[in-house]
Design a protein around this ligand. Sequence first.
Ligand SMILES: [Zn+2]
Length: 186
Amino acid sequence: MDQLFAPWRIDWVERDPEDDEIDGCPFCVLPERDADRESRIVARSEHSFVILNNAPYAPGHVMVIPDRHTGEWADLTDAELLDHAKLKVAAIDALEAGFDPSGVNAGENLGGAAAGGSIDDHLHTHLIPRWEGDTNFMPIVSDTKVIVEALEASYEKLHEAFAALESADGGETGAVELRFSASAGQ
Ligand SMILES: [Zn+2]
């Protein structure tokens, strides 16, 4: 447990050293690229998206991120908060369908370095599948090539699981588009 909320090792440059330099906030830049598969954005909803963490703590480690660039939940509208919450529910469903974990950790590092986050000005909620007796993933899989292959496999698995959800509404070539009905769950 002590490893889980250690500083998240998000090294966006390492993913494609030659041509993937990101200028600005990665959680703003990546969704605007119109290359969701390459950016590892696996699902999108009206105001939020799900992206694989490229330094995963476990297979299937994703982040659920509001589109709006802010580090404060209070800045989001009710519609954005609800959309983010529903996308988190959908992502947990997809993780369970695709990875069959024993449990899932959901966590945020709010307020900068003291909380252990590496990006503190754009909200993101980590979802990390867990299995009985698992260990910290990074010391075992520290080879970049292995991680990239694992990410590609995770992307395919999750994409398939999101596409099978009731809320899925297209997006065959890029991220799965999810549409949540306004009255769902009431
Ligand atoms: Zn941002």
